[in-house]
Structures are given as structure tokens and as C-alpha cells.
Design a protein around this ligand. Structure first.
Ligand code: FO1
Length: 312
């Protein structure tokens, strides 16, 4: 059984992480999560991608949105709105409890890695879900409508502004979290979940030393394309290919971004005709159903990914 290091962003990443966690024992999987989307709301530290992965693995995620907790209520947010606070970022009551607790523990001097580990234990998640770094790294989006935080771009402005550049503020001085570094030293397979290559995966790869260390993992290094039939399952990944000069939004564009890092790329059956172009980039295409609508879909895709990890 391979020792897997998986890279994940929010909803798409969490779905494959769920599949991997269903098949691998806890000591064989580390999920390293993007924290570039982290932000402060109402004085609280919110880590949306970590929470999405934790809630999903804990069986607590809102299945309609993919983020936030199932059956949450919004009484606190309504009360905040009454008091004049901005409430475009929808934090449910139960979700808020996590941000209050996280903020309190961070203020007491604990690292984000330690807080995340504690939360996982309390939610009964045995697999390691770790932040990419314990340093503050913030994705700043430079657009035709001004410079904004990632959540302002994504939630407040619905990813509508045209993106000119992404800046991962704080990345130059950031170090990988201790569990990320341990995982890349130990892993014999790398799995890049179907997360946004620009907004979710690139921050992780941009931590000094990370991309080279991951490229040195001696084994299969496999990504799953988040682009199916030229469209992103969710979010702005497709338009970012066009806006940030990555060529057309298709799985070949995804392969180009991971060339030199990945040995394999899983593409959807609808993209089968593009397989030769991926092979021409030196990446082995693997054709599967990649749309994860049910828990069974998540597990089946994870099974296919792990089969490649074992056989190469
Ligand atoms: N996404 C939205 O589209 N609208 C929201 O109001 C929103 C609130 C929210 C609260 C907590 C949380 O953990 C995630 C939340 N998200 C929301 C999702 C979040 O913006 C994205 O998942 C990412 O950061 C991109 O991966």
C-alpha cells in the first residue's frame, strides 16, 4: 500500500481526499491543504479549505455547497448584520464555533498545524490533514477592478473581475508545515487532487523548496484534472487559464502546468481524444470518470488513482 501525500484545495480536493481516506489507513495518507484562502472575518481566523476537507472527512460537510457544515443556522450572522457588520461571507453558527476556537488557540500561541490536528481529533478524523504552512500566506488577486483578497474576488465579486496577477503574500519567507515536510520525505506517491491549479495548488507548490521536494518523490506522482470537457466542475479555474495565459482551458493545459512534476494525469472519459497531447508532454494519461457526484464516485476515482500509484 503506498504512502500517499495528497495536495488539496477546497471542495474538489476534499472529495478525492474523502475517497483516499476511505481506502487508505491513517498512517498511509497525509492531505496537505492550501491556506492561501485563509482570511479574517469578525476578528476570527477562517481557514476555508482546511475546514472543507475536515468537515468532508468527518461527514459534517454541507453536501449542497460542499463548504460549511450541514444543517447549520445563521442566527449569529443575522445578528451581526443587524449590528452593521458585513456578512457576505456566510459563516454558519456551528462553523463560527470552529473559527472562535481556532482563533483562541492561535492567540494562545499554538500553530495552525496543532490547531488543525486538535480539531481533527475532536471530529474523529484520523487521517492527517495539515496546512501547507504555519506562516501566514495570503492570496491577493490583482484584477481590472482593483486589488482584492481571494475571498473578496471569489465570494463577494463571484469571480467576475478579470484577473491580471495572483500574488501569494508572505510566500518568500514561508516554510512548509512540519507535517508537510515529514510527508514529502516519507511519501512514495504524490496525488494532486482536482483543485484549482492557479488558486489552490500553486500556493502549495510556491512554498520555497516544495515543488522540488515533491518532484523528488520516488514513485508515481499523479494529478487529477479539475477541467472536464473544457469546463471547471466548480469555480473560476477555466477562465483563469485564459486570463493568466495558460492557453485554452482543457486537461492539456492542466498537464502543462504539472509537467516536470507529475508522471501521470487522470483525465475524464469525455477528454479521451486529448490523451495523445498529454503523452506528448511526457505525462502518462489515465482515462477515468472524474466527476464525483456521490460517495461511491469519490471512492471509485480514489481506487483508480491508488491502482496507478501501486503499478506505475
Ligand atoms: N463560498 C461561497 O461561495 N460563499 C460563501 O459565503 C462562503 C462562505 C464560507 C464559509 C466558510 C468556509 O469554510 C467556506 C466558505 N465558502 C463560501 C467557500 C470558500 O470561499 C471556498 O471554498 C474557498 O476558499 C475556495 O476553495
Amino acid at each position: 500500500m503506498p504512502d500517499v501525500l495528497a495536495l488539496a484545495g477546497g471542495v474538489g480536493g476534499a472529495k478525492l481526499a474523502f475517497g483516499l481516506a476511505s481506502l487508505l489507513p491513517p498512517d498511509r495518507l497525509t492531505v496537505v491543504v492550501n491556506t492561501g484562502d485563509d482570511d479574517a472575518f469578525h476578528g476570527l481566523h477562517v481557514s476555508p479549505d482546511i475546514d472543507t476537507v475536515v468537515y468532508t472527512l468527518a461527514g459534517k460537510a454541507n453536501r449542497e455547497t460542499g463548504w460549511g457544515r450541514q444543517q447549520d443556522t445563521f442566527a449569529a450572522l443575522d445578528a451581526l448584520s443587524e449590528l452593521g457588520a458585513e456578512t457576505w461571507f456566510r459563516l454558519g453558527d456551528r462553523d463560527l464555533a470552529l473559527h472562535i476556537r481556532r482563533t483562541q488557540l492561535l492567540r494562545e500561541g499554538h500553530t495552525l498545524s496543532e490547531v488543525t490536528r486538535d480539531v481533527c481529533q475532536r471530529f474523529g478524523v484520523e487521517h492527517a490533514i495539515v496546512p501547507m504552512s504555519d506562516n501566514a500566506i495570503r492570496t491577493v488577486v490583482e484584477t481590472d477592478q482593483g486589488v482584492m483578497s481571494f475571498q473578496e474576488y471569489f465570494v463577494l465579486h463571484h469571480s467576475e473581475p478579470r484577473v491580471r496577477r495572483l500574488v501569494f503574500k508572505g510566500i518568500e519567507r514561508a516554510t512548509p508545515s512540519p507535517w508537510f515536510e515529514m510527508a514529502w520525505q516519507r511519501a512514495d506517491a504524490l496525488v494532486i487532487c482536482p483543485s484549482n491549479p492557479f488558486l489552490s495548488v500553486d500556493p502549495i507548490l510556491s512554498i520555497p523548496g516544495a515543488r522540488n521536494a515533491l518532484a523528488s518523490i520516488n514513485g508515481v506522482r499523479i494529478a487529477v484534472s479539475p477541467i472536464i470537457g473544457g469546463k471547471a466542475v466548480r469555480g473560476p479555474a477555466a477562465k483563469l487559464f485564459e486570463q493568466l495565459g495558460g492557453g485554452p482551458a482543457d486537461c492539456v493545459g492542466v498537464a502543462r502546468r504539472y509537467a516536470g512534476l507529475c508522471t501521470h494525469l487522470v483525465i475524464d472519459r469525455v477528454d479521451q481524444a486529448l490523451a495523445p497531447q498529454i503523452a506528448a508532454l511526457g505525462i502518462k494519461p489515465v482515462v477515468e470518470n472524474t466527476l464525483m457526484q456521490t460517495d461511491d464516485d469519490r471512492i471509485e476515482l480514489a481506487r483508480a488513482v491508488l491502482a496507478v500509484c501501486e503499478t506505475g
